[in-house]
Design a protein around this ligand. Structure first.
Ligand SMILES: Cc1cc2nc3c(=O)[nH]c(=O)nc-3n(C[C@H](O)[C@H](O)[C@H](O)COP(=O)(O)O)c2cc1C
Length: 540
């Protein structure tokens, strides 16, 4: 593994019992990174919290394109951003007050910044400030008519970038992986909020990092932390995804530079991790180099749940469980519905983000699901991979299809055994993995994923993050809760599963259970700190 810089990074960033991946060793609270970047001096476009859009039931998002597209205007853009990248709630405990967002983030450190590229309703490149729900005008076209001509009607883009140092401040070398997982979560969060508006979202897979950096104004600021290209989301209110000319957009932006300077993120510039810079360079994505669409499995429509929450309520209400009750049992129907939502159905959010067949598959550690023996299971998200996976897992694997599951669900019992203790141990001794109804490990096929180049390492983590976001929302839909788990003992899990071939690597863990609320923590509305006239509710 060590000859390849990406695989060497992956190996070096593994946690093992008594040997965690290199980290800072302590938390430098005096130099804690600010999760909110601002561009002082830029003109602001306030987004209306009273967005005026219809808010459909969340369950309609799982039906094929049934929602009429809402027109693109400041209100619909506000809905999109508020319920994907916006604040979800403020939490208060003693003297501490912190904001959570609609999309999760390892350590709530939020490495992602978002820049809107649009002709309508605002022309130019505008940074989204989640804290104040406004756009900062960073770049304006000098030739508005030409700029406008570059955007097909009803289409715009959102560039997601990463401040690695926000995560490495706490998690050190391993945090590059977390940054990429966070990107997957955020991309899926945007795709879901867009779907509630009847819009489509895609990832601009043809676009290279260089052009993305140009278009989003990611420059080498001498006194503040650098932003690294993440991915570009293209959105469309039309029935077909937009076809942009990236070269023309990048050329247009490059014609006159961004002159803005963001505010610093910490009292002193945050330390750089050379190992992260090295893997980031190795994973550089050039333009093009994309894949022909693969033939994907076709799945029957999803079974509806009885959830009655609106899309906005569910998307904003998504939370990570901090502790789970180890007693309740999950119904089989809920369990199968959650798993069914992980099958990459074409035309449904967020699966249209991923043009390739599934590369990432969950191994489930089932603890308490009604009438299902505890044990290890596999949901093969692409059944065409079955023969391959049978060669990769140990010869004594049961491969028993789960008879009670819907016929189309490629769910296999691999081995019947109690595995709660093992689940906690593997997840860095975190009890949440044992106390949930089930936990899971997302196993990625590195041979397939990296065949398109080293940047495929990033794409595998995006896929895992996208799956994680679906798990979070599917759990909420069933009235239970999920938690992403980035801290796990990689090779201990591989050994437990009996996987010896390095091509299969676990890249993200997750748990779903019945949450225990922490009564000591108070909550307030996410935008209670804004001036009264901007609020869409009457403060008490
Ligand atoms: C990539 C990733 C890794 C995470 N790892 C862990 C973990 O190991 N343990 C844990 O308790 N929570 C973990 N979380 C959950 C975060 O702590 C949580 O998202 C964050 O505190 C914000 O809370 P929220 O999800 O309720 O908005 C992880 C989240 C993400 C996205």
């Amino acid at each position: 593994m060590e000859d390849d810089p990406v695989l060497a990074y992956h190996q070096a960033s593994k946690h093992a019992p008594y040997r965690y991946a290199p980290g800072p060793g302590y938390l430098d609270w005096a130099n804690q990174p600010d999760p909110f970047r601002r561009f002082p001096g830029t003109a602001q476009e306030l987004l209306p919290l009273a967005h005026g859009c219809s808010d459909p039931p969340f369950v309609t998002l799982w039906q094929q394109r049934t929602l009429p597209p809402q027109p693109l205007h400041a209100g619909s853009l506000s809905y999109l951003l508020a319920y994907s990248l916006g604040l979800a709630v403020w939490k208060l405990y003693g003297q501490n007050r912190w904001a959570l967002r609609c999309h999760p983030s390892s350590g709530n450190l939020h490495p992602i910044e978002a820049n809107l590229l649009a002709a309508d309703p605002f022309a130019g490149v505008l940074h989204y400030s989640a804290r104040d729900h406004l756009l900062e005008r960073r770049w304006q076209p000098s030739q508005p008519a030409h700029w406008r001509s570059l955007f097909p009607p009803g289409c715009f883009a959102i560039a997601l970038s990463l401040v690695h140092q926000r995560e490495s401040w706490k998690y050190g070398l391993r945090s590059y992986r977390y940054c990429q997982l966070n990107l997957g979560h955020a991309a899926a969060a945007v795709a879901f909020a867009a779907a509630a508006l009847g819009w489509q979202t895609a990832i601009a897979w043809q676009l290279g990092d260089q052009k993305l950096a140009t278009m989003a104004g990611l420059q080498e600021w001498s006194s503040v932390e650098k932003e690294h290209p993440g991915l570009l989301l293209t959105l469309s209110t039309q029935t077909h995804p937009p076809a942009f000319s990236w070269s023309a957009l990048a050329e247009s932006v490059a014609q006159h530079p961004f002159l803005d300077q963001p505010s610093p993120l910490a009292a002193q510039k945050l330390p750089v991790w050379p190992g992260i810079d090295a893997v980031s360079s190795a994973c550089h994505k050039a333009d093009g180099g994309c894949f022909a669409g693969e033939e994907k499995s076709v799945w029957p429509p999803l079974t509806p749940s009885s959830c009655t929450l609106s899309a906005a309520t569910l998307l904003r209400g998504r939370r990570s469980g901090q502790a789970y009750d180890p007693r309740p049992v999950l119904s089989q129907a809920s369990f199968f519905r959650i798993l069914d939502r992980l099958l990459p159905r074409a035309g449904l959010p967020p699966w249209d983000l991923l043009p390739e067949a599934a590369r990432v598959h969950p191994v489930l550690l089932v603890h308490r699901v009604a009438d299902l023996p505890p044990g290890r299971y596999l949901l093969l998200r692409d059944p065409q991979q079955l023969a391959l996976w049978q060669t990769l897992l140990p010869a004594d694997t049961a491969w028993q299809p789960v008879a009670a599951a819907p016929a189309h669900l490629p769910l296999f019992l691999l081995k019947e055994e109690p595995c709660a203790e093992q689940a906690a141990l593997i997840s860095c001794q975190q009890e949440i993995a044992a106390d949930g109804f089930f936990s899971l490990a997302l196993l990625a096929d590195f041979a397939q994923g990296l065949a398109k180049g080293a940047w495929g390492y990033r794409a595998l983590h995006w896929e895992a993050g996208i799956i994680g976001q679906v798990l979070y929302l599917a759990a909420e839909e069933e009235g239970v809760r999920g938690t992403g788990i980035g801290c796990f003992f990689d090779d201990l899990f591989h050994q437990w599963l009996g996987v010896t071939d390095n091509r299969l690597q676990t890249i993200y863990h997750f748990t779903i259970g019945m949450p225990i609320a922490d009564q000591r923590i108070q909550t307030t509305h996410p935008y209670a700190h804004l001036p009264k006239e901007r609020l869409d509710y009457q403060p008490a």
